[in-house]
Design a protein around this ligand. Sequence first.
Ligand code: OAD
Length: 248
Amino acid sequence: MSTAADLSSFGLTGGSFITVLTGAGVSAECGIPTFRGAGGLWRTYRAEDLATPAAFSRDPRLVWEWYDYRRGICAGKQPNPAHNAITRLDGNLSNFLLMTQNVDDLHGRAGTGRLVELHGNLFRARCLECGAVDRNLPVPLLEIPPRCGCGGMLRPDVVWFGEALPEEAIRLASEASRDCDLMVVAGTSAVVQPAASMPLLARQAGAHVIEVNPDPTPLTPFVDLHLEGKAGEVMPGLVESILELVTP
Ligand code: OAD
């Protein structure tokens, strides 16, 4: 069956609530390494050794150097056709939410406004003393570790291993997962919680779920439709098919 034929059996209408969940695979075609694919090492460190509160208190300079390296890579990349297709959904649907595990800011730079960043954002920093959030640090940083106006040390405003996700982000994402009619899950290995349970919440609440990934994941057996391929190649056509069905 074709994608369009599958979609037309989902009963979508103009008022349907459509959500998208993305992971690192959506930015892979921009040249940003995924977490579990090749190229995830910096110097000799693994992400699991640097993205932790313990690593930061032991050596904030080292951890910031790694984040600044990643900020530099991401700042030099442009949103790809997958990011742009998702922005078209945001611009054309009355009920829409994107939840992303990505911290690279590419969805925001592509112009998607209704966006929940479950794991934070590489281009924000948070003061350990006063809690202020700084969105204007230069790339690359001028001082490492960077300091807040209050004199306190800033940390990257991202979620580290062993930390809870921001409460508001998880609330919005869980509610949208339960309420949506269709969830598109693109470019995630679907193994990191709680993001990985969002499609299952959606499924249990009666939504249809479509997965876009070149490889099968632990989620694949539970989805209505697995579209095998790269997000940048599959998402534009999928989005056009959805919009044809739900917009007059
Ligand atoms: P992973 O690196 O675990 O998975 C990337 C997924 O993208 C895999 O399933 C690939 O098959 C798929 N993929 C690769 N290229 C693709 C392409 N061009 N188009 C579509 N899919 C492609 O990344 P995430 O699932 O995002 O958390 O990882 C989840 C979380 O694990 C990250 O947010 C990070 C990490 O620990 C934190 O930092 C808190």
